[in-house]
Design a protein around this ligand. Sequence first.
Ligand code: GZL
Length: 327
Amino acid sequence: MLKKITTAAAAVLLAALTACGSGGSGDAGSSGAPKANDDGKITMGFAQVGAESGWRTANTKSIQESAEKAGIELKFSDAQQKQENQIKAIRSYIQQKVDVIAFSPVVETGWDAVLLEAKRANIPVILTDRAVDSDDTSLYKTFLGSDFVEEGKKAGEWLKANAGGAKNVVELQGTTGAAPAIDRKKGFEDAIQGTDLKIVATQTGDFTRSGGKQVMEAFLKSVPQIDVVYAHNDDMGLGAIEAIKAAGKVPGKDIKIITVDAVKDGMTALAAGEINFIVECNPLLGDQLMDLAKKVVAGEEVPPRVVTEETTFTSEQAKTELPNRKY
Ligand code: GZL
């Protein structure tokens, strides 16, 4: 009996020690478990949101090109904007014993369980582009991406300074529950507080051009007076432009349009005066992501938050900037 208890206690102790070793930076591989490949090359599993917008396409291209340049083997998945697909992809990367997992959480909540599985498998996680809303910050090493509240604030501040008597704003929100949608809304609302500007209608267009067009068609039928469209990304703004033109109105003149991203199609519409102001959201995160990945796999400390550099554009600025756009 004593022998059985001792053996069992030893097994529990060993399991506890293995589990406790998980999650800290530098543990990856230290458990001795064979990694995805033993040729010394880092393997990254990346679970992408989808291909919903021009921004996402540019983001994917940046990650793939940077992995190639950094000599990192990339396993890549497209979740078609479904959280369950991202969770499945992360689980498969854990099974494959990759060295590091990176992903852009399509929505903020519902990640703790799968991130705990990665932690227990000693695989470090890097949040890219979007954040998770979790109390347990040990579940990921760092969050690389924009400050979306600041982006919303920039949009609101410009409108406040250029309202020209406008009052009624309709808002095309990004994906429901997504960090950029929640935070761009908050930043914009904070900025216009105390002015005559008011959001009179708001609905998600899911960051897609077709979504923006459908929602704008409905707003044009249901909202008596629309002075401004605030779209959480260029693609929904471009869809709204199609609806506005079909309704016989002039985008950028009859109805001001403010968007976020500054992808080429958005900047083209801005230069043409169909959009009035764009807040840039930089998708080119690949090089920074690969640099962070190498550091976390090597067990080096990394900052818990890396904010991307970005600016804003007026129509005049877009005319000169357009030829320089990489995406
Ligand atoms: C923002 C990113 C958003 C873009 C959209 O960092 O997550 O998702 O603004 C994209 O264009 O679909």
